[in-house]
Design a protein around this ligand. Structure first.
Ligand code: SF4
Ligand code: SF4
Length: 96
């Protein structure tokens, strides 16, 4: 069995429809310690998620690098960049 290191990557890298969380963006419920702030109320998809070989494949020193490794592994780096830019643009528009 592969242990969860509580690295937080699975709360950032994938898109999670149940949370309306886009690809590569941090789940709003992820705390600064990389732990879920809504653990008792997290959706079923999060409850069902279990550590596997992927957790080992994306291992890196930082959360940012682990997320980058995850996205690269699935060929989603460019798509995540588009999502990130769109989010930044909408935040910029909201401020102006
Ligand atoms: S990516 Fe794997 S090791 Fe990291 S928090 Fe998620 S399940 Fe745990
Ligand atoms: S709700 Fe919690 S467990 Fe689910 S992605 Fe967000 S931070 Fe992670």
């Amino acid at each position: 069995m592969i242990p969860c290191t509580k690295c937080g990557a699975c709360c950032v890298a994938p898109d999670i429809a149940a949370l309306d969380k886009p690809l590569g963006l941090v789940c709003p419920h992820l705390g600064p310690d990389a732990l879920c702030t809504q653990y008792d109320n997290r959706p079923q998809v999060c409850r069902d998620y279990a550590p596997d070989e992927l957790c080992l494949k994306i291992e890196a020193a930082t959360l940012e690098q682990r997320v980058a490794n995850y996205l690269a592994l699935f060929g989603l780096t460019a798509e995540a960049e588009v999502v990130k830019r769109a989010k930044l643009l909408s935040m910029k528009r909201a401020r102006s």
